[in-house]
Design a protein around this ligand. Sequence first.
Ligand SMILES: Nc1ncnc2c1ncn2[C@@H]1O[C@H](COP(=O)(O)OP(=O)(O)OP(=O)(O)O)[C@@H](O)[C@H]1O
Ligand SMILES: [Mg+2]
Length: 284
Amino acid sequence: MTTPVPLLPGTELLALSGVGKTYGTVRALEDVSLTLRTGEISCVLGDNGAGKSTLIKIIAGLHRHDEGTFTVGGEEVTFDSPRQALDRGIATVYQDLAVVPLMPVWRNFFLGSEQGHKRWGGLRIDADGMRATTRSALADMGIDLPDVDRPIGTLSGGQRQCVAIARAVHFGAKVLVLDEPTAALGVKQSGVVLKYVTAARDAGLGVVLITHNPHHAYLVGDHFTLLKRGRTAGSHPRAEIGLEQLTTEMAGGSDLAELSHELGRPSTTPDPASDHSAEERPQP
Ligand SMILES: Nc1ncnc2c1ncn2[C@@H]1O[C@H](COP(=O)(O)OP(=O)(O)OP(=O)(O)O)[C@@H](O)[C@H]1O
Ligand SMILES: [Mg+2]
């Protein structure tokens, strides 16, 4: 395990400035800026195709930006691989978590970073040591999972997200990037995952949280960036925006009004939070 270097709260971890990315003829991102500091959760919200995944792929070293600057710890970088991002302390947890379902929790926890002793040119793994470390790392994060020998595939989606977060913290990440960690989860499990997201922040990490859900974002976020068709449609520190405004901006207040007009159901106050739209949809 790398010993994390303690950074003062509020230290800049990474900054994107005027970043753009084009895939062939598709302009996926244009002039996007974002700064992340230690002890901060920065939420990135946006609809399908808004450019959220493109943004995190740039941060994670999967894709290169072709406009603007990206700095990590004040130094400009262009990553060629996820390994380079990881070496700079940037850990990314993808929605479809790269786990081996049949392997026990502890094996997955140490995947690619196995501990052991060099023997005959190979590695004799220290299973007991890794089990114990996994157990204590999970306990440190307040994660209640006594049986680390269970195949990780038998855990709930929320528990798997939590293990991935604990893993990033344990291996010394400074930045944790989470792509829609609550998208496939119910209310209760989402709450648990968000609790560990704040635990990571409290441990001094900076977190980039991608989500469709303004309610989830607002429960934990310190800063909110809204993306719309690849461009920044809003960037607000928590003190400057309430949940209601965030929800309206996210749902595109004016777009909704226009849509309800087109559907012939003008409403005085569109309520993007309610989920009655399906029932109210006009029958063909
Ligand atoms: N590898 C690629 N090649 C070509 N176009 C791409 C590629 N990846 C993304 N795009 C396009 O870039 C735009 C932004 O996509 P992106 O996946 O970043 O959106 P998103 O906000 O993550 O959406 P979602 O919520 O659906 O995951 C879209 O128009 C998408 O079709
Ligand atoms: Mg995406």
